[in-house]
Design a protein around this ligand. Structure first.
Ligand code: GLU
Length: 428
């Protein structure tokens, strides 16, 4: 599936160009927004537990900060590339703009595989990443957060290093911190719950009741867990999930016609979202090839793993029954697959809208940190729902009025907001 020629940044630029043409954006603004404002690439030497020194490559890309400090997560992944980080930083700019929060777009990464690293080694990578960038990131310039294979613990190590270097307390430097250490209640749930707030609104528009739907989910990490939890709470049934198998280095799909039991599966899942195949079989799950999640006869597909998963090759295998695709992951759908989905009239909830709940809650975390007054979980999730629902309605109204694809409608709103900020500042 992970086509070697795939380049996430080329894809992000192609998506941008299509809408820039539609908007007849002037050449200067187009040039400014097509590429990141700043990027950093660096080495992080780490003394491993066995005493040997190992050097890890790290990245931070700040795509745009016209609307506020750059904002976005840090991924730990063995296949990380600077182009993927560039694409993800650009998507963060659009994500913050579409939900209308005063932040720009950034993303970071380290080429490493946390499956093979002790917690102590991961701590050294986190601290090394901050040491390299201590003067280029911060509460008023660029604010990192968790992402693929990084957690609240990683954020706390990074915060601690930043505070050691700068000599003070700077809780606004990073979000996704542990609750009680400057974190916000609801941040862990926010991305997955946000996906389902948008699914709920799409179902309303299609006049389908959640309890009459089933879903298939790709991925079994943080986003997938909370999306499944809330979707089941509103009455939906998930009958297939897929997860990465570290030993076999491929993913598998786990299906049970009667529906999956989230807590039961979580009980046989490692901390990276890998489900134990033998135990799953014992619990009555069929273990199928990795792409099977995409071929299920369900109303809703939720890709919540990585980029480049729904492609021109496999999109034709999406069941006729599918009505909604909600992109929990960043960049899961290639432009070739978009064509198939658009032609089929499937209701797409594009990534930077569907998964904007995480960064929206990060923004709430900043606000709470600044006031040093923390809200109850219901208050956080209530505010999150309001923001996500408003953004969804604005995008789907535009898509309907202008008869354009949902991804393009989201881009139109986001690019317009960022372009206006750049113009107002005299950058374009
Ligand atoms: N990593 C998340 C994303 O891709 C959250 C970013 C943040 O909270 O800044 O949206």
């Amino acid at each position: 599936m992970n086509d070697k020629a795939f380049n996430a940044f080329a894809m992000a630029q192609a998506q941008f160009d299509k809408v820039a043409d539609f908007l007849e954006l002037d050449a200067g603004t187009r040039e400014l927004l097509r590429d990141p404002l700043r990027e950093y690439q660096f080495s992080i030497p780490v003394r491993m537990d066995d005493g040997i020194m190992k050097v890890f490559r790290g990245f931070r890309v700040q795509h745009n900060d016209a609307r506020g400090p750059a904002k976005g997560g840090i991924r730990f992944h063995p296949q990380e590339t600077v182009d993927t980080v560039r694409a993800l930083s650009m998507w963060m700019t659009w994500k913050c703009a579409v939900v209308d929060i005063p932040l720009g777009g950034g993303k970071g990464g380290v080429i490493c595989d946390p499956h093979n690293l002790s917690m102590h080694e991961q701590e050294q990578i986190c601290r090394g990443w901050v040491r390299r960038l201590a003067r280029n990131v911060g509460p008023v310039t660029d604010v990192p957060a968790p992402d693929v294979m990084t957690s609240a613990q990683h954020m706390l190590w990074m915060l601690d290093e930043y505070e050691q270097i700068h000599g003070g307390k700077y809780p606004g430097f990073i979000t996704g911190k542990p609750v009680g250490m400057g974190g916000s209640l609801g941040r862990t749930e926010a991305t997955g719950f946000g996906v389902i707030y948008t699914v709920r609104e799409a179902l309303k528009e299609l006049e389908i009741r959640p309890q009459d739907t089933t879903a298939s989910v790709q991925g079994f990490g943080n986003v997938a867990h909370y999306a499944i939890r809330l979707y089941q709470q509103i009455g939906g049934k998930v009958n297939c999930v897929s997860s990465w198998d570290q030993q076999d280095q491929i993913s598998y799909s786990f299906r049970r016609e009667a529906g999956i039991d989230l807590d039961e599966l979580l009980g046989i899942t490692d901390r990276f979202g890998g489900i134990d195949k033998a135990k799953a079989k014992g619990l009555g799950y069929e273990v199928l090839p990795g792409e099977a999640w995409l071929e299920q006869d369900v109303e809703i597909l939720i890709p919540a793993a990585l980029e480049n998963q729904i492609t021109g090759d496999n999109a034709p295998r999406i069941s006729e029954k599918v009505k909604i695709i909600a992109e929990g992951a960043n960049g899961p759908t290639t432009p070739e697959a978009d064509k198939v989905i658009e032609e089929r009239g499937i209701f797409l909830i594009p990534d930077f809208l569907a998964n904007a709940g995480g960064v929206t809650c990060s923004y709430f975390e900043q606000v709470q940190s600044n006031m040093n007054y923390f809200w109850e979980k219901d208050e956080v999730l209530g505010k999150l729902d309001v923001k996500m629902t408003a953004a969804f309605i604005a995008v789907s109204d535009l898509a309907r009025k202008r008869k354009i694809y949902m991804r393009d409608a989201a881009y139109v709103i986001a690019i317009n907001r960022v372009a206006q900020a750049c113009k107002a500042r005299g950058w374009a």
